[in-house]
Design a protein around this ligand. Structure first.
Ligand code: HEC
Ligand code: HEC
Ligand code: HEC
Ligand code: HEC
Ligand code: HEC
Length: 176
C-alpha cells in the first residue's frame, strides 16, 4: 500500500459526508417549504380558473361579503362533476376521491396556505371594495396547478401596500 491511500480515503470520506450533508440539507429545505402543500385531492386552479375560466368568486363566494374568502363545499364541486367526464386518467382518479367524499358526506380537509396569526385583523371584503385584485396578494392563481404562497403576509408586506395606496396604517386598524 502506498502512503497516499489513507489520505485518499479521507478525501473520499469527506466527499461522501459532503454529499450526505447537502442531500440532508436539501431534504430539510423541501420538507420545510411551506409554499406547496399536498392537498387531499389534486385540485388544479390552472384547469378550473384558467382553462375552464370559472370565476374566482363562483367558488370563493364569501370574499366579497365577509372577512374570509372561503373554500367551496363538496356540493359545489359535485354540481359540475356529476355531469362531466374528465378525460385524463390521472384526473379520473382524483375525481373518484371527490366522489368518495360526497358519498361519505365528509368535507374535504383542504390544507390552508394563506394563514394570518389570530391577533391580526384582516378582511377580504374591504380590499375588494377598494378594488384590490386577488392577484395583488395571491399572484397568477389561474396559472397555478398547485397554489403557491406568493406573499409573506408579514406586517411589512401589508404596510408597504397601505402606504402606497394611501390606506390607513394606524396600529389599531389591524390590531384590535
Ligand atoms: C363549473 C364546473 C366545475 C366545478 C364547480 C368544479 N369542476 Fe373540476 N373540472 C371541471 C372541468 C370542466 C374539468 C376538466 C375536464 C377535462 O378537461 O377532462 C375539471 C377537472 C377536474 C379534475 C381533473 C384534473 C384536472 O384538473 O383537469 C379534478 C380532480 C377536479 N376537477 C376536481 C374538482 C373539485 C375538487 C372541485 C370543487 C372544489 C371542482 N372540480 C369543481 C369543472 C368543474
Ligand atoms: C372550481 C372552484 C374554484 C375556483 C374557480 C377558484 N378556486 Fe381557489 N380554491 C379552490 C379550492 C378547492 C381550494 C383549496 C385547495 C387548494 O388550495 O388548491 C382553493 C384555494 C385557493 C387559495 C388558497 C387558500 C388557502 O388555503 O390559503 C387561493 C388564494 C385561491 N384559491 C384563490 C383563487 C383565485 C384568485 C381564483 C380565481 C383566479 C380561484 N381561487 C378560483 C377552488 C376554486
Ligand atoms: C389585500 C390582499 C388580499 C386580496 C386582495 C385577496 N386576498 Fe385572499 N387572503 C389574503 C390573506 C392575508 C389571507 C389569509 C387570511 C387569514 O388567515 O385570516 C387570504 C386568504 C384567502 C383564502 C383562504 C381562505 C380564507 O378565506 O381565509 C382564499 C380562498 C382566498 N384568500 C381567496 C381570495 C380571492 C378569490 C381573492 C379575490 C377575489 C382574494 N383572496 C383577494 C389576502 C388577500
Ligand atoms: C395590495 C395592497 C394591499 C395589501 C397587500 C394589503 N392591503 Fe389592506 N387595504 C388596502 C386598501 C387599498 C385598503 C382600503 C382603504 C380604504 O378603503 O380606505 C385596505 C384596507 C384595509 C383595512 C380596512 C381599513 C379601514 O378602512 O378600517 C384593513 C383592516 C386592512 N386593509 C388590513 C390589511 C392587512 C392585515 C394586510 C396584510 C395581511 C393588508 N391589509 C394588506 C390595500 C392593501
Ligand atoms: C396593515 C396592517 C397592520 C398595521 C397597520 C400594523 N400591523 Fe402589526 N402586524 C401586522 C401583521 C400582518 C402581523 C403579523 C406578522 C407575521 O405574522 O409575521 C403583525 C405583527 C405585529 C406584532 C407582532 C410581531 C411578532 O413578531 O410577533 C406587533 C408587536 C405589531 N404587529 C405591532 C404593531 C404596531 C405597534 C403597529 C402600529 C405602529 C402595527 N403593528 C401596525 C399587520 C399590521
Amino acid at each position: 500500500m502506498s502512503r497516499k491511500s489513507p489520505s485518499l480515503s479521507i478525501v473520499f470520506a469527506l466527499f461522501v459526508l459532503l454529499i450526505a450533508m447537502t442531500s440532508v440539507g436539501s431534504y430539510a429545505f423541501f420538507s420545510s417549504n411551506e409554499t406547496i402543500k399536498d392537498q387531499p385531492i389534486a385540485f388544479s386552479h390552472k384547469s378550473h380558473a384558467g382553462e375552464q375560466k370559472i370565476a374566482c368568486l363562483y367558488c370563493h363566494i364569501y370574499a366579497e361579503r365577509s372577512s374570509v374568502a372561503g373554500v367551496p363545499s363538496v356540493q359545489k364541486c359535485i354540481g359540475c362533476h356529476e355531469m362531466i367526464e374528465v378525460e385524463a386518467q390521472e384526473g379520473v382518479e382524483e375525481v373518484e376521491k371527490l366522489l368518495a367524499y360526497w358519498e361519505d358526506k365528509k368535507p374535504i380537509p383542504w390544507l390552508k396556505i394563506y394563514d394570518l396569526p389570530d391577533f391580526v385583523y384582516f378582511s377580504h371584503r374591504m380590499h375588494l371594495n377598494a378594488e384590490v385584485d386577488c392577484k395583488a396578494c395571491h399572484g397568477e392563481v389561474a396559472e397555478m396547478v398547485q397554489i403557491e404562497k406568493v406573499s409573506s403576509l408579514s406586517m411589512g408586506w401589508c404596510l408597504k401596500c397601505h402606504q402606497k395606496q394611501e390606506a390607513p396604517i394606524d396600529c389599531n386598524v389591524c390590531h384590535k
